[in-house]
Design a protein around this ligand. Structure first.
Ligand code: PHE
Length: 340
């Protein structure tokens, strides 16, 4: 029996295992229920007692050799703790890796979420690859309407119905399709537009959308909510002003400016010497949009707003070039160490 086992050990060393099928064959042949190992262990029972020790040892070697071939094919060789060798000093201190600081866009996104959570807003996220209905049509952008040009995006050539979303307003639709009012939610997320990259624009950026739908929601509620937000974000002396604007999915629509927190409203190059900086678009949800989501516009009204996180972060931290957010330069990122 000893001779037989020794031969088998050599055979195993030379066995060619190059494919998964080979491995499976090998495994069944040696480790299978009716395989070589099982037969040998059966035979081992009849080995005279005085030879049991020696035979048992070599049988065990065979068993390990088989497993080692399998492990080495699977790439597991050496992964067991026992394989630490004498030249590895396991008591050496590890190289300390300092945890990275949070990205400024995440800091500001978290802050926005926190501010709105305090007044009862829940948070929802949804897909970045959208269909035409949720990104445009349900939001009252008819096909061929020039308003679509304001948000040129990346389409998929083979399927014009699919695009990277140009704004988080698509999540308004997804939320209203799934939920009945009252709705009070914010939707943070990444958006995409076909823009040339510059200090003020990028083809990828981030927005936070807000939506409130209930009976008797009015423009006053919108204005007070945004004033509360601006003062929590930029300080209690901050003032807001609303200018009339146009979005297909809100009526009336506005653009909101905050008093420049850098010069305190006196005028500087950030606010282009006007004392005001634009931070978001907003308005009352167009009744047609509510109806598109099967929410009865005779009963319910709502407001919505959408802000760019980059813009707010630049203002809050006086960052002059938007490209810094995407370059992963540690000299920039390390300045936010300690902020949450
Ligand atoms: N979705 C608009 C944009 O990206 C912003 C917006 C959101 C305006 C909600 C009004 C209401 O420009």
């Amino acid at each position: 029996m000893l001779d037989k086992i020794n031969k088998l050990i050599l055979e195993i060393r030379d066995a060619s295992i190059t494919t998964k099928e080979d491995l499976e064959q090998f495994r069944i042949h040696y480790q299978g229920r009716k395989g070589i190992l099982a037969a040998l262990f059966e035979e081992f029972k009849n080995v005279p007692n005085d030879q049991k020790k020696e035979t048992g040892k070599i049988l065990n070697d065979l068993k390990m050799a088989i497993q080692a071939r399998i492990d080495s094919f699977l790439g597991n060789a050496g992964s067991t703790p026992e394989s630490a060798t004498a030249d590895q000093d396991l008591t050496r201190p590890v190289t300390y890796m300092e945890p990275g600081p949070r990205h400024p866009l995440s800091i500001v996104r978290n802050r926005i979420i926190e501010i709105f959570s305090r007044i009862g807003y829940s948070v929802a996220e949804d897909r970045e690859i959208e269909d035409d209905w949720h990104n445009f049509t349900a939001l009252n952008f008819p096909e061929e309407h020039p308003a679509r040009d304001m948000q040129d995006t990346f389409f998929i050539e083979k399927n014009p119905d699919i695009a990277l979303r140009t704004h988080t307003s698509s999540v308004q639709i997804r939320t209203m399709e799934k939920n009945k009012p009252p709705i009070r939610s914010i939707f943070p997320g990444r958006v995409f537009r076909n823009e040339a990259i510059s200090a003020r624009a990028h083809c990828i950026f981030h927005q936070v959308e807000g939506l409130s739908v209930d009976t008797d929601v009015s423009f006053r509620d919108l204005k007070q909510t945004l004033l509360y937000f601006a003062q929590e974000m930029f300080g209690e002396d901050t003032q807001i002003r609303l200018r009339p604007s146009y979005f297909p999915f809100t009526e009336p629509s506005g653009e909101m400016d905050v008093s420049c927190n850098i010069c305190g409203g006196k005028g500087c190059n950030i606010c282009k010497y006007t004392g005001w900086v634009e931070i978001l678009g907003c308005g009352m949800v167009d009744p047609a949009v509510l109806d598109n989501c099967n929410i009865d516009s005779e009963i319910y009204t709502g407001f919505a707003f959408g802000m760019g996180i980059e813009r707010i972060t630049m203002l809050k931290y006086q960052i002059r070039d938007l490209r810094l957010f995407f370059e992963n330069d540690l000299r920039f990122l390390n300045q936010f160490r300690g902020e949450i």
